[in-house]
Design a binder for this molecule. Structure first.
Ligand SMILES: [Zn+2]
Ligand SMILES: [Zn+2]
Length: 108
């Protein structure tokens, strides 16, 4: 695997993309299951755009989970368990903001 010449610090394997295994800050592999389309915000594997123009970077967390935490869209898994980002609700109540590359709440 290629390593960045300018990044000397070791990157923890646990934060790499669970599908294509890129490290945080790098573009997903072209056929990555996790990557979102930069234009629609939906899964990139299902989008119809040609080429790599709509590829997005792996941030170190599942796409949308930061927005879920920010908006309070969380599924309570009960005592002792951490709550889980409610990604379904995110896609129901929010729209993809192309400029900001994140999901934003609909201003009804
Ligand atoms: Zn990936
Ligand atoms: Zn696309």
């Amino acid at each position: 695997m290629a390593t960045e010449a300018d990044a000397n610090q070791p990157e923890p394997a646990s934060t790499n993309c669970p599908d294509c295994a890129v490290s945080p800050g790098k573009l997903h592999d072209d056929r990555c299951d996790v990557a979102r389309c930069a234009i629609t915000g939906y899964q990139r594997l299902g989008c119809t755009h040609y080429g790599t123009a709509c590829n997005t970077r792996w941030t170190g967390e599942w796409p949308g989970s930061a927005e879920c935490i920010e908006y309070g869209f969380l599924i309570d898994l009960g005592p002792g368990d951490e709550s889980m980002p409610d990604l379904n609700r995110l896609y129901i109540e929010c729209d993809w903001d192309v400029d900001r590359q994140r999901m934003v709440r609909r201003s009804s």
